[in-house]
Design a protein around this ligand. Sequence first.
Ligand SMILES: Cc1ncc(COP(=O)(O)O)c(C=O)c1O
Length: 441
Amino acid sequence: MLQPNDISSFWLPFTPNRAFQASPRMLVRADGMYFYDETGRALLDACAGLWCCNAGHGRKPIAEAISRAAHELDFAPTFQFSHPMAFALSQRIAAMAPDGMDHVFFVNSGSEAADAALKIARAYFHKIGQGSRFRIIGREKGYHGSTIAGIAMGGIGNNRKHFGPLIPGTDDHLPLPYDAATMRYTRGEPQNLEKYADALEGLVALHGAETIAAVIVEPFSGSGGVYGSSKSYFQRLRAICDKYGFLLIFDEVITGFGRMGYGFAAERYGVTPDIINFAKGVTSGAAPMGGSIIANKIYDAFMSNSGGENNIELFHGHTYSAHPLACAAALATLDIYRDEGLFEHALKMEKVLEDAVHSLKGAPFVADIRNPGFAAGIELEADPKAPGRRGLDAIKLAFHEQNMVVRVGGDTIALSPPLIATESDVSKIIDGIRGVLSKLN
Ligand SMILES: Cc1ncc(COP(=O)(O)O)c(C=O)c1O
């Protein structure tokens, strides 16, 4: 029977549940830059919820759009049918992507976008008569979600190693473009990373180009510890993919919708991928939605190599693909980003965050500080006896003593404030982190 204080029925994802039950952290309301707990205490949101609430919390136009949709069209199937908002939204999103990427496949999360990208990449090569290409090359510390496809392409050991055989053809990963010996405390984007992209040549030598379908990378690794890369790195990766005919997939689930000062980081880096995955910021976290933006050459290959027009071109999709409530939320969110100039604001705020976060160098247990885009990673020295313990302590101290919600991956504190953050919000966040670090042991 359910007891008044029994909170074990909800098995929390990616959480030490027993520790949480001993000292829960409940969020009951959110507005602007703040969450509120059940006592009404305000908690500064240093991580945009989970890298997603880019427009800040409690945005009325988004809530009203969702409400209107719920009243007018609670659901419409997008298998064999559709609804106008799905088309309007796909056009808006495609218009933000590089030229030549005019098609959007909708799913409900970043993980599902990883599955969609893998399937579309493999099926594309089937369609064009190169079915021997099945390998998808990921990157060390890459995070593409928690489904089997996401963890297989991802490069985080703890996410992979408990689950038996994953997906054939997904075991190769490029090196993370990072060298702890020379790159600690780099401000902004590290440079001279081309050799890390050149490692792809080694995999070509090992497996043969004719077995490789695609390479998937995040413009910066978020959940893997906040590691940035640079324009020349991505351009080199694009050039090698072109040389051998591989698709290049950008997982922009975190970096999309303003985190790097642009609609997509692809624009920042002047690189046109073949597939861009998105989720999170597309609805500012207010409704579940994800998707893949698809290059015309891929879409056209499906349309022209699937036989008669009554044939389904891609056997993939979800009941809630392009759900009306999510589409309404996304359209209202994109209006806010445009009308409030939030991507441009985020670009300006990068330097503010950079200066503020690097002032933590020398604070207790700080081992490195990295700041790609409007985000930062503060890597802590791991407790040799209990890796991850200091990271968890940082969450608890931030919540209970500094009135802040922070995100941690292992022992790295990840900061990604909502894009509405002001200079004063950034200083409050850094002061809070300083307070947290002073209490760690
Ligand atoms: C780069 C990246 N890809 C995919 C995902 C998975 O998204 P979701 O949690 O919506 O499945 C995430 C989530 O953090 C992410 O950061």
